[in-house]
Design a protein around this ligand. Structure first.
Ligand SMILES: O=C(O)CCC(=O)C(=O)O
Ligand SMILES: [Fe+2]
Length: 326
């Protein structure tokens, strides 16, 4: 009986104490778990913040894409979109030609000069010519160009090289007449004339004092790896340095960024960031050719990109005539 009483009096207390101990332990465990969870969350936040900061820092070092001057989706009409930049001193090293030598420098983009039908026709022309170039030359290079020489006795294929002007030559002689018709040349001449007019108007030039110069060429770029250094079209360059005679460069795009190819945007590399032009069939982008317009073309990652480079000089001794049948 006494034993029973003792157990009865001690029993409930012991159980109560045990419960309290257990609850205390559980609470302590819970709070230490909560504490380490908080610490983990804090660490995660710190990690995220430092990753974002590092990414922003690297992006700023890399001078990554900062602005799109012309996106593929928009139509820039009827006036060109003009972006002025200060002229570099490059032009001081060359004879000045009043009415032509750049006094106003910059770049501009217009979709109002070449229709999409014209761009399509020129693209077919480029495909025909470049197919011939590929098979004749026996080369399969990622960036092929057809130069349009002074007298169209022959066509060359070559690839862009930022140091040397003409790199690889393949002659087509008489085959030109099989590939291009008089109508093709007329189309080229018309388009060239309109491009010249818009450049003259935009930069306040006398268009009769600007001359077509070489190289003027079609280009086809795909994503095949470059086989030689000459295929490396993506290097930053200044056209006046690369080609010598250029005072104004224009590019007529014959395919669409995003649907015909990816990558391949044109990038102006300014000190305070990059400015891009997204190719669009029929779009003309033009700019003064000095070092105020350092640029590059992004690597094409998929598809085929067609363009025509049409260049102008102020120096009549560097003038070439429009291509025509021999
Ligand atoms: O095709 C382009 O967008 C530019 C090519 C270029 O920079 C050049 O021909 O000098
Ligand atoms: Fe260029």
């Amino acid at each position: 009986m006494a034993l029973l009483r003792l157990r009865n009096t001690k029993g409930p207390n012991a159980a109560e104490i045990e419960r309290k101990i257990k609850r205390g332990n559980a609470l302590r465990q819970g709070s230490s778990w909560r504490g380490s969870r908080g610490l983990l969350a804090l660490l995660l936040v710190a990690l995220c913040v430092s990753t974002v900061a590092a990414w922003l820092y690297l992006a700023s070092l890399d001078g990554d894409i900062t602005e799109t001057l012309a996106s593929q989706r928009e139509m820039i009409l009827p006036q060109p979109r003009v972006y002025s930049v200060q002229c570099s001193e490059d032009y001081e090293n060359y004879k000045r030609y009043p009415g032509c030598t750049p006094q106003k420098c910059g770049r501009a983009v217009t979709d109002g000069v070449v229709t999409s039908e014209e761009a399509q026709a020129l693209r077919r022309l480029a495909e025909r010519g470049l197919a011939l170039a590929g098979s004749e030359g026996g080369v399969n290079i990622s960036h092929t160009q057809i130069l349009i020489p002074r007298k169209l006795k022959s066509l060359f294929t070559c690839s862009i090289n930022t140091k040397k002007k003409v790199v690889m030559k393949t002659y087509f002689g008489e085959q030109i007449a099989d590939v291009f018709t008089e109508e093709d040349f007329k189309l080229y001449r018309d388009v060239r004339g309109r491009i010249q007019a818009v450049i003259a108007e935009t930069f306040g030039l006398d268009r009769t004092l600007m001359y077509l110069t070489k190289p003027t060429f079609f280009s086809r770029i795909n994503s095949t790896a470059a086989k030689t250094q000459h295929d490396e079209y993506w290097h930053p360059h200044i056209d006046k340095e690369t080609y010598g005679s250029f005072d104004y460069t224009s590019l007529l795009y014959l395919s669409d960024y995003g649907s015909d190819f990816t990558g391949g945007r044109f990038v102006f590399m300014d000190q305070n960031g990059n400015r891009t032009v997204e190719p669009r069939a029929g779009r003309v982008s033009f700019f003064s050719s000095g070092s105020e317009n350092l640029h590059r073309v992004e690597k094409v990652s998929w598809g085929i990109r067609y363009a025509i480079t049409v260049s102008f000089t102020c120096n009549p001794s560097h003038a070439i005539s429009d291509p025509s049948l021999p």
